[in-house]
Design a binder for this molecule. Sequence first.
Ligand code: UD1
Length: 340
Amino acid sequence: MHKVLLTGGLGFIGSHTAVELMEAGFDVVILDNLSNSSIEVLDGIEKISGKRPVFIQQDLEDYDSCFEALQQHKDLSGVIHFAASKAVGESVEFPIKYYNNNIGGLLNLLKLCREYSMFNFIFSSSCTVYGIPDVLPVTESTPTKKANSPYGATKQMAETILEDYSNATKDFHCIALRYFNPIGSHESAEIGELPLGVPANLMPFITQTAAGVRPKLKVFGNDYQTKDGTAIRDYIHVVDLAKAHVQALKKLQEEVLQTRYNFYNIGTGKGCSVMEVIDSFERTSGVTLAYEVTARRKGDVPAIFADTTLAKEVLDWEAQYDLDDMTRSAWNWQRKISNL
Ligand code: UD1
């Protein structure tokens, strides 16, 4: 049985990945500082899996404490690194927080990987590394562009660091997964997205508006050069995304990849507009959503979606769920946490 460390494992993507990993027979150790997650998520994971992952409350910025905590877990063979700050707007306001947490934390984690011989590494990257792409869909060979936020810059830098480290370190292998827009929740509604304060992302804003927590959704712009004028993204069900991590880890363990550093787009390959997400939500929930169209949000990319051929070929992974599955499950989760 392989034992895997999940940094940020109580977050939205981390918790769903913990469930899928345990279902696939892995042992899971979660390290999380609870800065943007709640300890109750462990109960949700346990309810679904019938098993409670080991939990370490630590901050990766505190190297010595993490080193100490991992003394109990010298048999870890791999790491999935989710722990990072992820609010684009906040990163513009507090760039140092982002560089400390996302880059400082990664550097400490790589030192821990060396100390504890954790040689299989999966990194949470993002489609944000492509900036505003010239051609759609984006493939892994689409050039990356200068990041338009410190958050995006940390994802690009982290990929560079991991590529350099992989090339320099015998036995160390890394896969960076470039996530598109993860939404939805586990079908049990035992775990889901738990944004702190006012959500910055579309899906939790929609479900909170429908639940009466927010008065109205703002649709940021309907004057883009797209089918209905609203911006296009590649929304992916978080359970599909979680499964991509399991596949990636298996491929690292099987040692079937030609290179020590690899990166893959993880999306559905289908671009959906903001209006299509709203329509799907209204259809699956039966709720009419209060919304208004406002000005574009600064820094938003007009349209991006993935070519996922490489992930399919190399990782044997492909998204299974469609947009209606995503909006339905997101609403089930919101109803549960809002007691509706
Ligand atoms: C961005 C990044 C993504 C990153 C994420 C972190 C890109 C292409 N994507 O996601 O890599 O991981 O931030 O948070 O850079 N919208 C509204 N009203 C709202 C909220 C959003 O209309 O209240 C619209 C946005 O304008 C956008 C779409 O919904 O067109 C999705 O927005 P959001 O969920 O915030 O994700 P991204 O900005 O695409």
